[in-house]
Design a protein around this ligand. Structure first.
Ligand SMILES: [Zn+2]
Ligand SMILES: [Zn+2]
Ligand SMILES: [Zn+2]
Ligand SMILES: [Zn+2]
Length: 421
């Protein structure tokens, strides 16, 4: 039966990475059937460390986009485990595809599309049909901020909102556990339950471990404040459409990026938040990009040879002048009209690492998913912003409004039921 006979229109759904080096189309009957509307979210540790986000988001590919034996030059394949491969753009790092091989190696692989890069028709309705990997990361992770969706636990058990809240409360009561490392032990040998190294720094890494990071605490001194460190207001806190004369000036004594300590802790925290802007979405391939706002003098990179170096300057990153860094971090100028805007990713596994812009000095956004080796929300280190999802306006009119609103509702409800945020 032809499409005409059945009164079903057949359209091409386009999938393109941010830099447009990779472009695919999938024929789809409209209204779209469950192949495209059933969205699967996975927040397992592999997905978090490989995307740099709190979860990856997929729909099933209706057909193989390419023969896995001949991967297009513009795509890089990264083997997540023996039966799982992710594909991302070599230039801009957009996550595009996931390939799942049958466990016994017999039969056809199954392809999934990272939904963030998919152009959706205006009448599209999201249906989050499946959230998995919830037990990994201990505190409910992104699922805490997606109210009313069904979660799939281990062994196919369906979890409800209350089950997720149970995971959250065990995290809340954990409190500040400090770290257990003694003198003279090397930092890499030590990882306490709260994800800190022997020096009390928060450990982060991408999936392939080529990029290992250490976050130091914000101290109560001027090294972390203007003028050495500077960033304009963030859209997360002061929406971009706020009239200029109503935008608060940066408070040099108490800048917005230094947040109060968690209860029972004396350490100031970083601000964290979620962004649904078009460029974050298309570069990460996921619908929600979670960031931590960090002065660069709090960041060290542990190179693959074990050497610890401070976070490089923007110029060093753009020019690729430090070969040790250039070997592992890919830099992408994500805003052609604004050469100061750059993003970085792991050249080997594609994990999203950072965002930087010209209105800043020694200050970047770091991908929150990298710091989820132990505990997803890291509330001892991060105060999550619960008023707003950054650039939620970008989701309007492109069939993604439901996601922006769902997360905004979710974080506000989470704030109400949490003992602290
Ligand atoms: Zn690209
Ligand atoms: Zn996963
Ligand atoms: Zn990596
Ligand atoms: Zn963004």
């Amino acid at each position: 039966m032809s499409a005409e006979q059945s009164n079903i229109a057949v359209n091409a759904l386009r999938l393109a990475c941010h830099c447009k080096a990779n472009s695919y189309s999938f024929s789809a009957a409209t209204p779209l059937d469950s192949t495209f509307t059933d969205v699967r979210i996975c927040q397992c540790t592999d997905c978090r460390l490989q995307t740099g986000n709190l979860a990856s988001w997929f729909v099933r590919a209706p057909h193989k986009p390419f023969n896995p034996k001949y991967v297009p030059d513009t795509l890089k394949a990264y083997q997540v485990d023996t039966s799982l491969t992710h594909y991302f753009c070599r230039t801009c790092s957009s996550q595009l595809f996931r390939r799942e091989d049958p466990p016994d190696g017999d039969g056809e692989p199954e392809f999934w599309i990272f939904i963030g890069c998919l152009d959706l028709p205006p009448d599209y309705r999201f249906k989050i049909s499946h959230v998995e990997g919830i037990e990994e990361g201990s505190d409910g992770g992104l699922a805490s901020w997606l109210p009313g969706v069904r979660y799939h636990g281990k062994n196919g058990v369906t979890l409800k909102d209350d089950d997720i809240r149970g995971l959250e409360s065990s995290e809340d009561s954990a409190g500040s556990s400090g770290n257990a490392a003694g003198d003279g032990e090397t930092e890499d040998d030590q990882l306490s339950d709260n994800g800190e190294d022997g020096a009390g720094r928060l450990r982060g890494e991408c999936h392939c471990s080529n990029i290992e990071l250490r976050l130091s605490r914000l101290a109560d001194n001027n090294e972390y404040k203007p003028p050495l460190i500077y960033s304009d207001n963030t859209d997360l806190v002061i929406p971009y459409w706020t009239p200029q004369d109503q935008q608060p000036p940066i408070d040099h004594e108490n800048p917005w990026w230094i947040r109060k300590a968690a209860p029972n802790s004396e350490h100031k925290r970083f601000l964290g938040g979620n962004c649904t802007c078009t460029s974050c979405r298309t570069i990460s391939g996921t619908e929600v990009q979670s960031w931590i706002f960090v002065p660069t003098n709090c960041i060290h990179i542990i190179l693959p040879n074990g050497e610890s170096i401070p976070w490089p300057s923007r110029e060093t990153l753009i020019n690729g002048s430090d070969r040790r860094v250039n070997r592992i971090i890919g830099v992408y100028k994500s805003s052609p009209g604004d050469p100061g805007v750059i993003r970085g990713f792991c050249k080997k596994c594609g994990a999203n690492i950072f965002w930087d812009g010209l209105t800043r000095r020694n200050f970047i956004d770091l991908s929150a998913g990298l710091f989820t080796i132990n505990g997803t929300k890291q509330q001892e280190w991060i105060e999550w912003w619960t008023e707003r999802v950054s650039y939620v306006e970008d989701t309007k009119g492109i069939a993604r409004e439901d996601i922006g609103l769902l997360v905004e509702t979710g974080i506000r409800e989470w704030r109400k039921r949490s003992s602290f945020v």
